[in-house]
Design a protein around this ligand. Structure first.
Ligand SMILES: [Cu+2]
Length: 242
């Protein structure tokens, strides 16, 4: 009786060990999230390390094994008009994505773009209402307000979903990346050069990508100083008072 029990226990132990050895790797391979992690450091025009390293878009290009299906996100990203600013200031989106532009301000705005990638003019609309634009071609879209020249935003329309944006510490993570060769590229509104790095993504991912960006101009748009470096939607200078 005792021997039978021991044999049965041994049989089950071996069975469980075999299940753990044989089955998990297959399940693991299907659901594993391959991640690329790294850090970007931004240096100002004098070569000094900045305190804030946000707003750098990190995206993959020349992907060896691109996915067959790349649907736009179910939830539309948003650029809000608030305190005479666009928030966020930099937004990367997958091609085909619709972006919402709500006016949360107490004043009117006129959101427009003269970009080749996606020219549009949303006209004037009041607080509490919003309009949308679908970005159907890859490239950079600069967005302005026809009333307030200090308002600007950048939408970088990308051809695949493998992108992210750095936080204030410069950290980034791109998830569910395909294995194989690819190039990590960067975009930043005031970069002198856009650093890039060719990599081969292994199944275990990459956790130590380090990139640095040198600014070519300091941020000109601040509360006190407003530098207008673009015309309004009619190609004219903004009036002196706005
Ligand atoms: Cu405005």
């Amino acid at each position: 009786m005792k021997i039978k029990m021991v044999r049965r226990n041994l049989f089950f132990t071996i069975l469980i060990v075999l299940i753990f050895i044989l089955i998990p790797p297959r399940i693991h391979a299907e659901v594993q999230d391959i991640v690329i992690k790294g850090t970007v450091k931004i240096y100002d025009t004098k070569g000094q390390l900045k305190n804030n390293h946000s707003d750098v878009v990190i995206f993959l290009d020349e992907i060896e094994n691109p996915p067959a299906h790349m649907p736009a996100p179910e939830k539309n990203p948003v650029i809000t008009q608030i305190n005479k600013r666009f928030i966020p200031n930099v937004l990367p989106v997958l091609v085909g994505t619709t972006v919402e532009f709500p006016n949360e301000d107490t004043v009117y705005h006129n959101v427009f773009s003269l970009s080749k990638v996606k020219p549009f003019d949303l006209g004037i609309y009041p607080q509490g209402s919003q309009k949308t634009v679908t970005f159907d071609k890859p490239g950079l879209v600069k967005i302005y307000c026809n009333i307030h020249p200090q308002m600007l935003a950048y939408i970088l329309v990308l051809a695949n979903p493998y992108f992210t944006i750095t936080d204030a510490d410069g950290h980034f993570e791109i998830h569910n990346v395909p294995e194989g060769k690819t190039v990590i590229r960067t975009w930043y509104p005031r970069a002198k050069k856009y650093p890039e790095q060719k990599i081969v993504v292994p199944r275990e991912g990459i956790g130590d990508v380090h990139l640095s960006i040198l600014e070519n101009v300091t941020l000109q748009i601040q509360e006190e100083i407003i530098t207008v470096d673009h015309p309004n939607k009619w190609g004219q200078d903004y009036p002196a008072k706005y």
